[in-house]
Design a protein around this ligand. Structure first.
Ligand SMILES: Nc1ncnc2c1ncn2[C@@H]1O[C@H](COP(=O)(O)OP(=O)(O)O)[C@@H](O)[C@H]1O
Ligand SMILES: [Mg+2]
Length: 328
């Protein structure tokens, strides 16, 4: 017996209760541009969901729609059980939305910014002190609490913006490109904070243009030209692209690139420093051919091996599949 049956509804109802964000055929037009084009997105309670795609893919538009800040052109969306087509305002108490260009008050200090947002969100006065202290410490900003926001580094500004977003303790976070333009160390620190929030039970929908951040998420939605091209756990996306990867290290990578691009079974050649990454249909089967061709061309190499595709390569492969489908 499923114990869910006892308190009503069975597994389907349980799944519905667990769905925190759901869109069906969601669309948004800007004049004659369809910026969001039929998005079916499901985010479940407790997920750290990454919406990942290049500039202009539609990440910010999606989050603004989900935050109830932008009118839906077509389709439906619910957040925390509230229907955004009918009552976009009703989601606001349930979410913490951090805009891509979140505005802090430049001339206010770190502490004053937090105070300001705690008043804005009607945090009870007797809770303000404890909560701001805890968030300062959580974001690693305690030593900087008297510094004006305008004098913080880019990474610290993002952390302060997140702390301000958390002041009313929202169960759902919508974070729009919180790590864009931030240095790698601060990016890592920021993701550590997100992991901690996720571990504490907060549901997080975060967008990023950085493919390497995908592996820090429990679920990933890859977005391209306003459409979701794949949605799954990151390892499932990488394993499921139907292509494999060969890494070739050589000093003569320019010459090797030309040779590799012409080989049967090779669909894409990408350069990474002095290595080439070849997307191929079947790595182990193609390795001997590639070895032979490199020797024929007199191209020496340090290593040639099959390896796991990264999210970036998976994305490129999926986009190409999609364009092929479109041409057909
Ligand atoms: N207010 C707007 N008016 C017109 N076009 C817009 C507007 N906002 C976004 N767009 C367009 O919609 C597309 C998606 O943009 P956006 O959601 O900002 O993408 P991302 O956040 O992934 O970079 C882009 O082509 C962008 O130029
Ligand atoms: Mg954006």
């Amino acid at each position: 017996m499923n114990e869910e049956n006892g308190n009503g509804g069975g597994p389907a109802a349980a799944e519905r209760r667990d769905t925190v964000i759901e869109t069906r055929g969601l669309a948004r037009d800007f004049k004659d541009l369809r910026a969001i084009d039929g998005l079916d997105l499901t985010v479940r309670r407790g997920e750290l969901f990454g919406l990942i795609g290049p500039d202009g893919a539609g990440k910010t538009t999606t989050l603004r729609l989900l935050a109830g800040l932008l009118k839906i052109t077509d389709g439906s969306a619910t957040v925390a059980g509230r229907d955004l087509t009918r009552e976009p305002e009703a989601v606001k108490p349930h979410i913490g939305y951090m805009a891509q260009r979140f505005s802090l008050y430049a001339e206010l200090t770190v502490m004053e910014n937090l105070r300001f947002f705690s008043e804005l969100y009607d945090v009870l006065p007797r809770e303000r002190g404890e909560r701001t202290d805890r968030l300062l410490s959580f974001a690693g900003l305690t030593p900087f609490k008297s510094r004006r926001a305008e004098h913080l580094s880019g990474g610290m500004k993002k952390k302060l913006a997140l702390a301000c977003t958390l002041i009313h303790q929202p169960p759902i976070l919508l974070l729009d490109e919180p790590t864009t333009g931030v240095d790698p160390v601060s990016r890592r620190e920021f993701w550590d904070i997100l992991t901690e929030l996720y571990t504490g039970g907060t549901t997080i929908l975060v967008t990023t243009p950085y493919m390497d951040e995908a592996d820090r998420c429990t679920q990933v939605g890859l977005i391209y030209q306003g459409q979701l091209i794949r949605c799954a756990a990151p390892e499932a996306i990488r394993a499921g692209i139907g292509e494999e990867l060969i890494e070739l290290q050589t000093d003569q990578w320019r010459k090797a690139q030309v040779v590799a691009e012409d080989l049967p079974g090779v669909s894409q050649v990408m350069t990474y420093g002095d290595s080439l990454h070849l997307l191929v249909d079947a790595a182990e089967e193609r390795l001997p051919d590639i070895e032979t061709r490199l020797e024929e061309e007199g191209i020496p190499y340090r290593s040639l091996r099959a390896t796991r595709p990264r999210m970036e390569e998976a994305f490129i492969s999926l986009v190409r599949d999609r364009e092929r489908e479109r041409l057909r």
